[in-house]
Design a binder for this molecule. Sequence first.
Ligand code: 6PG
Length: 468
Amino acid sequence: GKYDFGLIGLGVMGRNFILNVADNGFSAFGYDLDQEKVAALKEEGGHEAKVNASTNIKTFVQALKQPRKIMLLVPAGKIVDSVIESLLPHIDRGDIIIDGGNSFFTDTDRREAYLHDKAINFFGAGVSGGAKGARLGPSIMPGGSKSAYQHIKPIFEAVSAKYKGEPCVAYLGPKSSGNYVKMVHNGIEYGLMQLTSEVYDLLKKAGNFSNEEMHDTFSKWNQGRLQSFLVEITSKILEQKDELGADKGHLVDQILDKAKQKGTGKWTSQNAMDLGIPVPSIDIAVSMREISALKAERTEAEKLYGRPEVAILDKEELAKLTEEALYFSFIITYAQGLHQLADASREYKYDLDIATIAKIWRAGCIIRAGLLADITEAFEADKDLPNLLLSPNFVEKIKGTVTSARTLVAHAAKNGIPMPGLTNSLTYFDAYTSSRLPLNLIQAQRDFFGSHTYERLDQEGIFHTEWE
Ligand code: 6PG
């Protein structure tokens, strides 16, 4: 018989995803140019009627049930276009192509329009959860044709992660909405990772915590309101022993402090700027990866300027402060990302439901966290909530933790420990919650040197002054 699902790109993600599909009662056929990958999948898939694969595109397409459901798990960029071109001579009207990679959303819009003209349904579906997620249950963020979604829904719901039985996948909206949501997911991911690394730094430098103590601290946090994938893996990372080095210490201490990036965090920041939505906790996370790359310059600069001596705080007190500050800044980071999504939804006519997005992030994805259950509730209570900070559900959570964020930002600043994620989160909070900001002066300056005009508090209209 023919196969339920087709998958192109049998790298780690593709292979794992296809095995996941097969585990959930659907038959799946893979395609890759690499004969070894095809052979490996056939071997691992076991039963030929459940999992099969080929290096021949025609064999692959002809093996699939119509309408064909063909998912691409290939690197974002030109490869996606060339795979689409290679499929076109073989597929039929009504077939469905799903791009599961981190494609830039305007590329998805272009491909969707191109394929729409050929009566092919195209989905951009972000998949989060890494290799393990693909195998055991990722969070999937599909956008595209609503009617065509019915064909892929049963498979996606079966393979996705489950949060208390609810699948972590949902139809999100038309066109590139799925890729856009995944992009912002990654922006939030960058922000949370930056914040976690700052807290690690602070515990180490301002509390003399050992790796074991930090492992204990993070795993304890993971039992509480900070419960999240990133806190969980941080605790695991901190206990990993080094096998390779001479001193057999902890692996984390031997890892070069230069963070790489593939672009999704940067795109989130860039597009937030285009929309005019502030996401400083994400922006700074991108900047810090850039600063980290300047290792040689940093080393030279440290020789020139030195580092201040750090005043050590009581361990228990510091752990309490950092838990609160991390919780505070996690909330602020989600708030910024979701604010961007709400605005993008209007700008690009995605018609996103933020509660649905928070819901499908509760399990499977990299930013899954206990907090997302609260965030879901906040947006279920008010689906037009402009910003999470305006939710009555969040006021006490923020009020109860902001003081610790202030204490730590001050301590870090005084002692020369860079905490830009926490600082930006706090600054964002202070600015967002100030009814009066000093930007009146900026308006005056603009009018002073450029006659750019200003508005007044007490009268309607546009004003200009001949400044003395
Ligand atoms: C996910 C991740 C994943 C991303 C990596 C690497 O949700 O599973 O976001 O899609 O590729 O996190 O991203 P960087 O290389 O940019 O750090």
